[in-house]
Design a protein around this ligand. Structure first.
Ligand code: CTP
Ligand code: MG
Length: 189
């Protein structure tokens, strides 16, 4: 059982890392002009709110891209030590394009979620379980699928998709509690 689960977790993290990096780095480096420029929607509430900024979007995407490029460069060196766990072919699939669309899509998913949070009357930072944890997974997959469907199909097998859906909320809650404790997030979610 573990023989199948551990490789799936290692590969899932490897494939999601640039998307995973985007959220916390947007939180660390974001701020300044909000994407909605402070404007309100027809319901009188903010379109997105002050928690979605241009700097967060750009910095989060850039950090995800840097991590993705590092993975492209490091894959040949890391592959031998992981040989018993995942095959080298599975680690060397990163492309520069995917390293942009995964983090950028992740943050677009987060923005779309904020739009809907504001529409149902949730203020910035209010918790919306499941959506808060999986918004960026959906965004990363959707944007990357639109731009490069074969990359998604080749890497995200049903087993990996399931693994990502199970481990992401756990990792997300853990990083947010950490972010809250070091004072980078106002709420621990
Ligand atoms: N952030 C940003 N720009 C983004 C995404 C995030 O500047 N595109 C920063 C903001 O400072 C935000 C923090 O990261 O407050 C945490 O992100 P998140 O939890 O997604 O935002 P919330 O403040 O919880 O807002 P919302 O309720 O809209 O999700
Ligand atoms: Mg939040």
């Amino acid at each position: 059982m573990l023989d199948a689960i551990i490789p799936a977790i290692v590969l899932a993290i490897w494939l999601m890392l640039p998307a995973y990096i985007a959220n916390p780095t947007a939180a660390l480096l974001g701020g300044g002009t909000p994407i909605d420029l402070g404007r309100k929607f027809i319901d009188g509430r903010r379109i997105l709110g002050d928690g979605k900024t241009y700097r967060g979007l750009l910095a989060g995407t850039a950090c995800g891209l840097i991590v993705g490029v590092a993975q492209i460069l490091l894959a040949p060196h890391i592959a031998p030590s992981l040989a018993g766990v995942v095959s080298p072919d599975q680690l060397t699939t990163w492309t520069a394009l995917a390293a942009i669309t995964m983090p950028f899509g992740a943050l677009l998913g987060d923005i779309v979620k904020s739009f809907f949070k504001r529409r149902i009357g949730l203020e910035r930072g209010a918790m919306l379980p499941i959506a808060d944890q999986l918004d960026f997974v959906a965004g990363a997959w959707l944007l990357t699928y639109i731009v490069d469907p074969t990359w998604i199909a080749a890497n995200f097998t049903p087993a990996i998709i399931l693994t990502v859906i199970v481990i992401t909320p756990i990792l997300h809650v853990a990083t947010n509690v950490l972010g809250y404790k070091i004072g980078k997030k106002n709420v621990p979610w």
